[in-house]
Design a protein around this ligand. Structure first.
Ligand code: ADP
Length: 250
């Protein structure tokens, strides 16, 4: 072949490149935090200097969180879906979720009876739920109700490519809600209305559910609250209790 072979640099996956840069960036932040923490302990610093060091440490920690989220987003690990019982998943997760909430937020789990197992990667769905619960917490600074529900439902018509019936895992809050523009923008990587937001939470959640063959839909009412639905595939065939078998007869 007279054209020869392609230059090897053409084959670099931009996502791998991005994630390797962020790893290096993350590694560089560690000595920065360490040095700042040492400076914080010096006895001869003035209050003003200490205030500046605190601010720098805070920024470095924020940068570390952002780097972590970017690594997860740019280089997600492949999903390893397996049949998972939703009662079990939420029972395992309840304590973790409750630990990130203040006592002024009441967490309720509502799981429908006779749900067929979902075909999901438990760790990834847990990560998605944690992101949603943190958003709900941020939306209810004065407290409120947080409901995590799982049932069988029909995905909305906007989710055309999804199967007719799926497991709907939803996270609802009665917090600040979103106006139309925010609802439209939410989920775009980097979009955030928070002073300290990274704007990667919902984008990561969407990426996770799509890697499982599912989808995400959102409804929100400004000043009333928000519901985020995760649509997850179910194991119809292995459902022993009949809920899944109804599909064939519909
Ligand atoms: P971040 O939390 O870093 O801002 P996200 O992608 O998780 O990033 O969310 C993007 C934006 O969507 C938030 O800044 C907020 O404006 C809006 N949002 C997400 N979840 C909720 C919610 N439960 N209630 C109100 N607004 C929300």
């Amino acid at each position: 072949d007279s054209r020869g072979s392609e230059a090897p640099y053409m084959q670099i996956d931009p996502r791998l490149l991005l994630s390797s840069i962020i790893h290096d960036f993350n590694n560089l932040l560690t000595p920065i935090v360490n040095i700042l923490e040492e400076l914080q302990l010096r006895r001869d610093s003035t209050r003003r200097e200490l205030g500046k060091i605190d601010a720098a440490i805070y920024c470095a920690f924020r940068a570390k969180i952002l780097a972590r989220q970017l690594i997860d987003f740019a280089n997600p690990r492949p999903a390893m879906p397996e049949p998972t019982d939703m009662h079990q998943l939420l029972a395992d997760l309840e304590l973790v979720l409750a630990s990130v909430l203040l006592p002024n937020i009441r967490l309720t789990l509502e799981i429908a009876d006779r749900l067929p197992p979902a075909i999901i990667d438990q760790q990834l769905v847990e990560r998605a739920l944690l992101n949603l619960v943190l958003n709900a917490r941020d939306a209810m600074p004065a407290g409120g109700d947080l409901i995590i529900a799982a049932d069988l439902a029909f995905p909305p018509s906007s989710q055309k490519t999804l199967p007719k019936r799926m497991i709907r895992l939803s996270v609802s809050d009665n917090g600040v809600g979103m106006d139309d523009w925010t609802l439209k923008m939410a989920g775009q990587p980097n979009f955030s209305t928070k002073t300290n937001g990274t704007g990667l939470g919902l984008a990561t959640v969407r990426q996770i559910v799509e890697s499982l063959g599912g989808g995400l839909s959102m409804t929100s009412k400004h000043r009333h609250g928000t519901t985020i639905d995760l649509w997850l595939p179910a194991t119809w065939a292995s459902s022993s209790k009949g809920a899944g078998n109804r599909r064939e007869g519909e």
